[in-house]
Design a protein around this ligand. Structure first.
Ligand SMILES: [Zn+2]
Length: 224
C-alpha cells in the first residue's frame, strides 16, 4: 500500500491522538480516529485494519489503535512537512499564521523530500512552527517536552507563551489581537473556578478568558 494522503491523514490523526493520551491510556479510541477524520466508525475501522496489515499500526478490536515504530516515523514525517510548510508560508510568503493550516493540510502530502529539506535549511532549521508546535527532525522524531497551560501554571509568575494548541483561525486571531502569540509574556493573576474564568495580563493589558481557551495556551516560566 502506498502512503497516499488518506493513509497519511490516518497516521497523523493517530499520532496526535496518542500525544493527547493521559494517565495509563495506551490506545487511541476508534471513536477519536473516526471523529478526527470525519468518517463513520465503520470506515475508520476498515482503514485501520488495512494499516495494521501494512505494519503501520497495532489494532485491538473494541479497544483502539496505536502506531508501530514504522507508523510513528511516517506520521512524524507528515507532521514535519506540515509544520515546515506552515513556517515557510508565514516567514517567506508573509501569510497570516491564522490562515496557513488549511494550506499545509494539502501541501503536506505533495511536497518532495528535496523541497522540504530546502525549505528547512532556508528557514535556518527551525525547531518550532509559528504556532509553537515542535517540528519533527528528518527522521520524524520529536523530543517530548512537558508544558503547563494557563489552567495549570503557577499564579503571579512571569511566563512566556510557548505554544497554541488550536488551529482554529478565529481563535488564532483572538490570540494575535491580544498579544498572546508564542514568545510573548503573560502572567496569570487569578483563577475563578466558579465563573470558569482565568484573569491574566500580557504586557500592560489585563484580560479575562474562559477555562477552555486558557487550556489551549501552553506556557513556560519566563527565564529572563
Ligand atoms: Zn497546521
Amino acid at each position: 500500500m502506498l502512503p497516499s494522503s488518506t493513509v497519511e491523514n490516518y497516521l497523523k490523526a493517530i499520532y496526535l491522538g496518542q500525544s493527547a493520551l493521559t494517565g495509563d491510556e495506551r490506545l487511541v479510541s476508534m471513536g477519536h480516529v473516526a471523529a478526527a477524520l470525519r468518517v463513520t466508525p465503520g470506515t475508520a475501522t476498515t482503514m485501520v485494519k488495512a494499516l495494521s496489515e501494512s505494519g503501520l499500526v497495532e489494532y485491538e478490536p473494541y479497544s483502539g489503535v496505536r502506531l508501530t515504530p514504522a507508523g510513528e516515523r511516517l506520521a512524524g514525517l507528515v507532521i514535519r512537512r506540515h509544520r515546515l510548510v506552515e513556517s515557510f508560508l508565514v516567514e517567506v510568503m508573509g501569510m497570516s499564521w491564522a490562515e496557513v493550516h488549511e494550506e499545509a493540510e494539502q501541501l503536506e502530502h505533495v511536497v518532495s523530500e528535496r523541497l522540504i529539506d530546502r525549505i528547512d535549511s532556508m528557514l535556518g532549521r527551525p525547531t518550532h512552527d509559528p504556532h509553537g508546535d515542535p517540528i519533527p527532525d528528518a527522521e520524524g522524531a520529536i523530543t517530548p517536552r512537558h508544558l503547563e497551560n494557563l489552567l495549570t501554571c503557577p499564579i503571579g509568575t512571569p511566563l512566556k507563551v510557548t505554544r497554541i494548541a488550536d488551529q482554529d483561525p478565529s481563535f488564532l486571531r483572538f490570540i494575535e489581537d491580544n498579544e498572546l502569540k508564542p514568545g510573548q509574556p503573560v502572567q496569570v493573576d487569578a483563577r475563578d473556578p466558579a465563573a470558569d474564568a482565568v484573569h491574566l495580563r500580557s504586557r500592560d493589558r489585563e484580560l479575562t478568558i474562559g477555562a477552555r481557551a486558557a487550556s489551549k495556551l501552553l506556557v513556560e516560566v519566563d527565564a529572563q
